[in-house]
Ligand binder design. Sequence first.
Ligand code: FES
Length: 102
Amino acid sequence: MTNPKYHVFVCTSCRTNGVQKGFCFNKGSVDIVNKFMQEIEDRELSGEVMITNTGCFGICSRGPIAVVYPQGVWYGDLTPEKVEEIVERHIENGEVVKEYQI
Ligand code: FES
């Protein structure tokens, strides 16, 4: 995939030494990454969507955080249920899920 339609960055509190340790990680962000990947696979969108885990976005109190490009929409306080809704509404149907936007 060289030019995905959507690129989702999820904070997993990755640090430059490779250690995951921090607010989003402690609030289950690895589960959030896995849920995005599962939803993308289940909906057969793997060819259009890239999921990348990242370091801190600097707004830890709203974590776990995900940012969806190309729109640059930030979502916060994520749960697996919210991820499912974001994939359905934003990724599949192009609608920003305003109630989860930060
Ligand atoms: S650790 Fe995720 S935003 Fe800071």
